[in-house]
Design a protein around this ligand. Structure first.
Ligand SMILES: N[C@@H](CCC(=O)N[C@@H](CS)C(=O)NCC(=O)O)C(=O)O
Length: 205
């Protein structure tokens, strides 16, 4: 199978970490791609993902799986199931819901990034960016106050948090999250000891 990804994408990083942790990395061929709002990418839109988002997993039979969470779910099933996403019970819904929060945080951070890097200056709306940044910050506040999220075995929500924090370092280096959220900082440090997390840090811009 082939993963269409970008080394700077926090969503693709989640899939890469999961693939390593699940022992499936050797089965995946990586295809680097670039998608940016406002730039045409006709082949990718036609053949892979009509909504032009990375990552996408192309299976050997040609089927395409889109959305980082759905790809992780697919890989988890391939690895036997219930590894990074609990198979049933309250922990399943807790992990899925916590992961959805990380997904919303990344969506908002990416919108802030596009606002600054892609949108013409004259069209920028600071209040809109501030609102989206605040959503990411509130998410960090939420997890700082929920250390139980870090204490269980590795799951997709923990991976999502590490991708949020890595993206904050990558694109919002001065935001001061470590000082504001010491428990998240300790968690990130611990996660960085995993090879999967260490090698998937976005390369310097
Ligand atoms: N829900 C999607 C979000 C993926 C996403 O937003 N990816 C970004 C790259 S980090 C993208 O493809 N952006 C291009 C665009 O929005 O035009 C997922 O989890 O895979």
């Amino acid at each position: 199978m082939k993963l269409v990804f970008s080394p700077s994408s926090p969503f693709a990083r989640k899939v890469r970490i999961a693939a390593i942790e699940l022992g499936l990395i050797g089965k995946i061929e990586f295809i680097s791609a670039k998608v940016v709002p406002g730039e045409a990418n006709d082949d990718y839109v036609r053949d892979v993902n009509p909504v032009k988002k990375l990552p996408a997993l192309i299976l050997d039979n040609g089927d395409v799986i889109v959305d980082s969470y759905v790809i992780v779910e697919y890989l988890d099933e391939l690895a036997g199931g219930g590894k990074l996403i609990p198979a049933s019970g309250p922990s399943r819904w807790r992990v899925k819901s916590d992961h959805s929060i990380t997904q919303g945080m990344l969506d908002s951070m990416l919108l802030c990034r596009y606002e600054k890097a892609v949108r013409p200056e004259a069209l920028r709306w600071q209040g809109w960016s501030d609102d989206h940044w605040n959503r990411a910050w509130q998410g960090m506040t939420r997890f700082e106050n929920r250390p139980d999220v870090f204490s269980g075995p590795l799951d997709v929500a923990q991976i999502g948090i590490v991708c949020v924090l890595g993206y904050a370092d990558f694109r919002f280096a001065d935001c001061g999250w470590r000082k504001a959220f010491p428990k998240l900082a300790a968690f990130n440090e611990k996660m960085m000891q995993r090879e999967s997390v260490k090698i998937s840090v976005p390369p310097p811009a």
